[in-house]
Design a protein around this ligand. Sequence first.
Ligand SMILES: Cc1cc2nc3c(=O)[nH]c(=O)nc-3n(C[C@H](O)[C@H](O)[C@H](O)COP(=O)(O)OP(=O)(O)OC[C@H]3O[C@@H](n4cnc5c(N)ncnc54)[C@H](O)[C@@H]3O)c2cc1C
Length: 485
Amino acid sequence: MSSDSSTATGNATSAPLPQGSSIAIVGAGITGLSAAYYLQQQRPDLNITLLESSDKPGGILQTVERNGFLVELGPDMFTTRDSEAFELCGELGIEDQLISTNRDHRGAYIICRGKLCKMPLGWTMMTPTRMGAILKTPLLSWKGKLRVFAELFIPRKKSGGDESLASFTRRRLGQEALERIIQPLISGIYTADPEKLSMQATLADFLAMERTGKGLIREGIKQQRSQSSQESSSGARYGAFVAPKYGMQSIIAALTNQLKTDTLKLGQRVKQLEFKNDAWQLTIEQDTLGTTTRQFDRLLLTTSSQITGRLLQDAYPELSKLIADIPLAGAAIVTMGYRFCDIDHPLDAFGVVVPQTENRPLIAISMASQKFAGRAPQDSVLFRIFAGGALQPEVLQWGEDQLIESAKQQLRELLGVNGKPIFTQVARWENKMPQYHVGHVELVDKIELELSKTPNLEIAGNAYRGVGIPLCIRNAKSAVKRLIG
Ligand SMILES: Cc1cc2nc3c(=O)[nH]c(=O)nc-3n(C[C@H](O)[C@H](O)[C@H](O)COP(=O)(O)OP(=O)(O)OC[C@H]3O[C@@H](n4cnc5c(N)ncnc54)[C@H](O)[C@@H]3O)c2cc1C
């Protein structure tokens, strides 16, 4: 994932904000809430209004309790490698609630010709590091394995610049590694099309590994030597992921509690924006009260690229067009609880990822209760089945029953899950995953340049400099800094 740019141009024309000024933040997801929190911390004198269209704060972060299971409807963890979410939990006094992933069962399965195959030991993201494990894996043919080893001798690309995940992987590790390992592993995280996903915007560390001239395998081995053996054998950096014991909603509750009364306004959809007489006029649709107009000195938009683009259409058409050029994909998550006695598999992994070439209507299965303690009663397991994404958008159009039946069938075929689920829950997140296509970093640079010409306006969120929760918080912090001048 790319890091937030410290050179963000932001709003060069905004003067320092006078005492008691009014600020509107649109959208109370993790970005908007953390922006409101940091703004209030730094400038308690300001009148901050956080406008949220739905009836609860948190955006994609939502936790519910079902039959003794702790169910995340959206994200279920965050990385500590980018420190912002961890630090925020510390500031909110909930650091002691954070739990790490279980030490048992780390690792993932990949589906290969309809069967479960364990990720080769030592293969972390894009870096294979154990030659013996590559030789043994049934995931690759002999030709595919030799092509992976050939990475040791592939020179670095002469021209710099951005490249798609598919192009980079084909060059370095070969087509087979792309189809059978990298596509399901990486594009599952971004629900993305590997032919379009930008390396520079999402996986810049691996581009840097190539630039050293040593390549992925040699650099990967070097890096793994400095990590614990547990980490290096898991196939992903699981030790770096944490979650609040009582679910992601804890972060939202703690943030909301810190805000002054009257800051958060639920059920208020911003419909239109106008900048006149040095102030922002917001047309707001309220659930019960109809439409009102309110005026603010400064404005921060934390909505999706689609909504932000639409809101800015009249006031700043060029900026609006650039933002709306960031495409979105969606995903559905079917969550189900089962008893262990109904499952014919040891469930000795955190999950299963599914290559596109397998032609199955799912992206991945997360064994959520194997990953984090306290997610299911002792005799049961919690599954989350992810479907849709940029490669299977049609699945998102399915009705709830069809999504559930399909998820049940996949669990039965792949993991021998029989019997009836204890409960089912469907979350549908349409247009919630921004797609960082090749050229994304340049596009965001242009957006920031254009933004620097607009007075008293900032934007933040997952569309720009990273989709993960810590990077959304980082993005919010930078926007706040620029907003108050
Ligand atoms: C299925 C899924 C799983 C994920 N898993 C992980 C994970 O495990 N770990 C991780 O780090 N990241 C994960 N992510 C990414 C991460 O959750 C998101 O990038 C992040 O939560 C986005 O937060 P946000 O505040 O920018 O946007 P949102 O959460 O989308 O918040 C935007 C808010 O704006 C409101 N809004 C929209 N329009 C208006 C309007 N006109 N007026 C007022 N309010 C409006 C919306 O109702 C919403 O509450 C996941 C994402 C998805 C979709």
